[in-house]
Design a protein around this ligand. Structure first.
Ligand SMILES: Cc1ncc(COP(=O)(O)O)c(C=O)c1O
Length: 404
């Protein structure tokens, strides 16, 4: 008789966004005349930029001719995109990353979930709390998280690094030594950023204790302040301890197009074994490459026109972020984030829990946000709003909040 992977049974409840979806649906059914503004899920709303659309059209036309048709893509990615990323994201910033250290994929969610496969199941992971849930859940599935404590909403074998107002939402080095450290900056959900000096401390720490940092840079494009690193490879020594995840979802609106990359420097080793070799083996075996058409669209992100158009798109979302930040401040809320990230993180008023505030906001202002507790125990008492809506809806939402 077959057996299932029982680790899946340890996963608690339903996914955060399904619960939100159900609640919103029930509210709308009961109040069909109300217009609900959704500032909850982190999905973009602006259409793809013209430079990307042009690249897609050209690539589609190439697929119509035998001479320019493309079948299976190289499983590690087309050289043109790996080179564009190595040059545009790294070498242009003085970071020593080469095209063959870039592995193209269909997005950072899969990569952030799959990367744990190349590590032993007895590795101890450390995560920020609150955290993007994929890091924890995929380690649960792999049997690396221990047992779940529903009262505390924690896993026995996971090291939690609280990110609260006290530490400006940047974690302190953990007391217990981890093997794998997940860091994401600019951060989802708190919208906080890390300075280069702070990140350098993490790199030094990881090199000292022999840990690997899995650095999720999905929101890099939203950095607006100086002194905030755009990649972990700006830090000295990162080549021997860090893997970086990149996504085209939030910088170029590819949430429905799907493209991402994982960077693994060849200096990152366990004894004589490079993680680069393991990931290449894994990718080659389990993945057949992101579509040619999509990789051509990704290349356009690095063109002059693409860069200019995407900068405008980011500016549009960041105007929303400022509107939300200021609107909440004016309404008397304690707010953070929104400066280098499209997320605004607010303290719920009084003693309200995150879910109580979710219901309150839906009921009284018809606004959907995300309860902070859905991202981990230290998210309790916080709430996330996103800047990915339309400007008009964002302004309307702040007006509604002002009036409650
Ligand atoms: C921190 C973080 N990493 C990764 C992702 C997923 O990115 P992608 O769309 O490339 O799979 C998200 C999406 O919201 C995210 O917030």
């Amino acid at each position: 008789m077959f057996k299932i992977n029982e680790n899946y049974l340890k996963l608690p409840g339903s996914y955060l966004f399904s619960t939100i979806g159900r609640k919103v649906e029930a509210y709308m059914e009961a109040h069909p005349d109300q217009s609900v503004i959704r500032l909850g899920i982190g999905d973009v709303t602006q259409p793809l930029a013209p430079a990307i659309i042009d690249a897609l059209h050209l690539a589609v036309d190439e697929m119509a001719e035998a001479e320019t048709f493309h079948g299976y893509a190289p499983d590690l990615g087309y050289e043109f995109l790996r080179r564009a990323m190595a040059e545009g994201d790294y070498q242009a910033r003085g970071c020593e990353i080469t095209a063959d250290e870039v592995f193209i994929s269909d997005g950072a969610k899969c990569d952030s979930g799959n990367i744990q496969e190349i590590f032993g199941t007895d590795n101890k992971i450390a995560v920020c709390d609150p955290v993007y849930p994929v890091y924890v859940d995929t380690n649960v599935m792999a049997g690396r998280a221990g047992t779940y404590d529903p009262a505390a909403d924690t896993w026995s074998d996971v090291i939690y690094m609280p990110c609260t107002a006290k530490n400006n939402f940047v974690p302190e080095l953990p007391k217990e030594t981890p093997d794998l450290l997940y860091l994401c900056f600019p951060n989802n959900p708190t919208g906080s950023a890390i300075t280069k000096a702070q990140l350098q401390e993490w790199v030094d720490y990881a090199n000292k204790v022999g840990a690997v940092i899995i650095y999720d840079a999905a929101y890099e494009a939203y950095i607006s302040e100086p002194g905030i690193p755009h990649t972990i490879y700006e830090c000295e020594g990162a080549r021997t301890c860090a893997i970086e995840l990149r996504s085209f979802s939030k910088n170029a609106g590819f949430t429905g197009v799907r493209l991402g990359a994982t960077i693994i420097p060849k200096d990152l080793k366990c004894g004589e074994i490079t993680l680069h070799t393991l990931w290449a083996r894994r990718h080659g075996t389990k993945y057949n490459g992101a579509p040619y058409i999509v990789q051509k669209a990704g290349e356009a992100v690095y063109s002059q026109a693409g860069k200019a158009q995407l900068a405008e798109q980011i500016a549009y979302y960041m105007k929303n972020a400022r509107t939300i930040y200021q609107g909440l401040k004016d309404a008397g809320y304690q707010v953070s984030g929104g400066m280098n990230a499209p997320y605004i993180w607010l303290k719920t008023p009084g003693q309200m829990t995150s879910w109580e505030f979710f219901d309150f906001l839906l009921e009284h202002a018809q606004i959907v946000g995300t309860p902070g507790s859905g991202f981990g125990p230290s998210g309790e008492g916080y709430f996330r709003l996103t800047a990915f809506g339309s400007y008009e809806n964002t302004v309307a939402a702040m007006e509604r909040i002002r009036q409650i």
